[in-house]
Design a protein around this ligand. Sequence first.
Ligand code: AP5
Length: 226
Amino acid sequence: MDGTDQSPANLILLGPPGAGKGTQARRLEDTFGLVQLSTGDLLRAAVAAGTEAGKQAKAVMEAGELVSDEIVIAILRDRLSEDDCASGVILDGFPRTTVQAEALDALMFDMDQSIRAAISLEVEDAAMVERISGRFTCGKCGEGYHDMFKTPAVEGVCDKCGSTDMKRRADDNAETVASRLSAYHAQTAPLIDYYDGKGVLARVDAMADIDVVARDLNTVVRQATA
Ligand code: AP5
């Protein structure tokens, strides 16, 4: 990263389901050489692997509710301690509660690091059901697509890695999305004020086209990491 502050450039992407956190985190990884840490992806991997944490998380995720702070903080702490995170991470889907935000502050303090920016992706709830129900992902490399907003150049074939193994998530249905949106407003939206109070909050209009959102995010991240 350019700039005078050489400490790791840790960023948070805040936003409801469908806001574009995963889509934009993958672009920021490529542009800024940071590592995306998605607690949703880590939990889905734990479910698929059948770990104890995964067994406890499965039904909660399928209901669109939040997994316990204890489980998520433990998973995040383990992942954050891996070597590839040393030059900075983009937290996608964490923190989601005040308890998680305070645990993250403590982890950052222990590692002598900080959060450079918490970026709120601002969207309208009404558009999120359409975004989520049209979503699919490459099962091999994780590249995200959408039936209307981002289709692969060749139908059914990943632009990035050429795989034809496309997947849809079990929790991407209208009822679960409603629960996920209400969990966001009740438990996660208050973190916007939490990070505003710390002077690291930025807001980006995420109703715009994916490329426009990416451009605006790049501007925010450049300023935050300069
Ligand atoms: P998680 O995996 O984090 O899901 P989420 O927060 O619900 O977010 P999504 O992945 O659905 O949306 P996104 O913002 O990444 O949007 P995307 O870029 O894919 O969490 C799942 C579950 O795990 C939770 O419900 C909970 O149970 C549990 N969990 C996870 N973390 C937890 C935590 N910290 N604590 C407790 N529990 C936790 O975009 C969506 C679609 O829209 C894509 O198809 C994309 O192509 C398209 N799109 C993106 N941007 C645009 C745009 N600007 N215009 C048009 N289309 C767009």
